[in-house]
Design a protein around this ligand. Structure first.
Ligand SMILES: NC(=O)c1ccc[n+]([C@@H]2O[C@H](COP(=O)([O-])OP(=O)(O)OC[C@H]3O[C@@H](n4cnc5c(N)ncnc54)[C@H](OP(=O)(O)O)[C@@H]3O)[C@@H](O)[C@H]2O)c1
Length: 307
């Protein structure tokens, strides 16, 4: 019998990390699709040996600690999710953001290279400026508008051609204070929301991304991959959809423009950064529709709230 594939996960305490560690262990995390498999394969309980490291357990800005972790554990694959993700805060905290997203990613690529592990590093649609006017393909030039986007782009540049870079966008999972929870809280407490309708993108449900990362850990293709749920949307459309799922009608969500946001967010975000996933779909099954993924998150939240 083959030995299990040893996978080290950085940022294991984050919204994608928690789901990924569950899925690698053969479990179905809350809100995950019971049917989505990019490669038609199921995950056996003993296929992977998982070492999930939280921020507390491994600070990726500490080059020696990263080297020590990889030399001690000798993983076959490193799935790198640790990141500074506070997009607006990063505008006034650039040094920390670059240390984590750029230097930290470089530390992992170097250590993976030295120890013979395959690195899968997760990046973002915010490496694009959103001015293309149509969906982005992997080979489009990057031109980030924010500190966060620049730091993630620099992290990509510190990776090697044999590493796999996954660009995801608008990630939302069952954990963390993401937009679906904020909207659902407002919908169930009788409030209303205003969301921008002039930023277009693709949703990536954390558990669907995690399941896709497992397929990449098996195939280790290298290069850049856009991985996101199917369909393009806006923040307003997400709010309206979540409101309707929770029984709210036409007057729950109001569309506004980015210029109307008050106070104005510190970071500039791309107007249209939806990810073209043709490359993914030509090799693997398409991720579920974003509406399916968001509905799972809302259902899971409702189940947790039910005594
Ligand atoms: N969230 C999105 O909308 C989005 C969109 C596109 C791409 N992505 C990318 O997807 C990946 C996963 O994102 P996510 O949504 O799961 O993010 P998340 O929930 O913010 O998780 C990131 C994790 O990284 C940890 N971390 C921060 N600094 C660290 C350091 N120096 N060393 C080790 N760990 C550190 C954080 O720990 P603490 O909280 O304890 O600091 C947190 O647990 C990231 O690469 C992110 O850039 C996210």
């Amino acid at each position: 019998m083959n030995r299990p594939t040893r996978v080290l996960v950085t940022g294991a305490g984050g919204q994608v990390g928690v789901d990924l560690v569950d899925i690698l262990a053969g479990a179905l995390p809350p809100g995950a699709s019971a049917t989505y498999s990019p490669d038609d394969l199921s995950i056996e309980e003993d296929e992977f040996e998982v070492l999930g490291l939280t921020h507390h357990e491994l600070d990726i800005t500490d080059r020696d600690a990263v080297n020590a972790a990889l030399h001690a554990t000798r993983p076959d694959v490193v799935i790198h999710l640790a990141a500074y993700t506070a997009v607006d805060q990063a505008e006034t905290d650039a040094a920390t953001c670059f240390a984590v997203n750029a230097t930290g990613t470089g530390n992992l690529s170097d250590a993976a290279h030295e120890t013979g592990a395959h690195l899968i590093a997760v990046s973002t649609d915010y490496v694009y400026d959103g001015r293309k006017g149509s969906a982005y393909v992997e080979t489009d030039p990057t031109n980030p508008l924010s500190v966060y986007g620049s730091s993630k782009r620099d992290g990509e540049l510190l990776c090697r051609p044999e590493d796999t870079i996954v660009r995801a966008s608008w990630v939302m999972g069952v954990r963390g204070k993401n937009v679906v929870h904020i909207i659902a809280d407002r919908a169930t407490s009788g409030g209303v929301v205003r969301f921008v309708n002039d930023q277009t993108g693709t949703v990536t449900v954390a558990s669907d991304l995690a399941r896709s990362l497992v397929t990449l850990a098996r195939t280790r293709p290298g290069g850049v991959w856009h991985v996101a749920n199917t369909g393009t949307t806006t923040w307003y459309d997400i709010a309206d959809y979540v409101g309707r799922l929770l029984g709210r009608g036409d007057h729950f969500a109001t569309p506004i423009t980015t210029a109307e946001l008050s106070p104005a967010p510190l970071a500039h975000r791309p107007e249209r950064s939806d990810l073209d996933t043709t490359k993914w779909r030509s090799r693997f099954h398409a991720m579920p529709e974003w509406t399916d993924g968001v509905a799972r998150l809302v259902r899971d939240r409702a189940q947790r709230a039910t005594p």
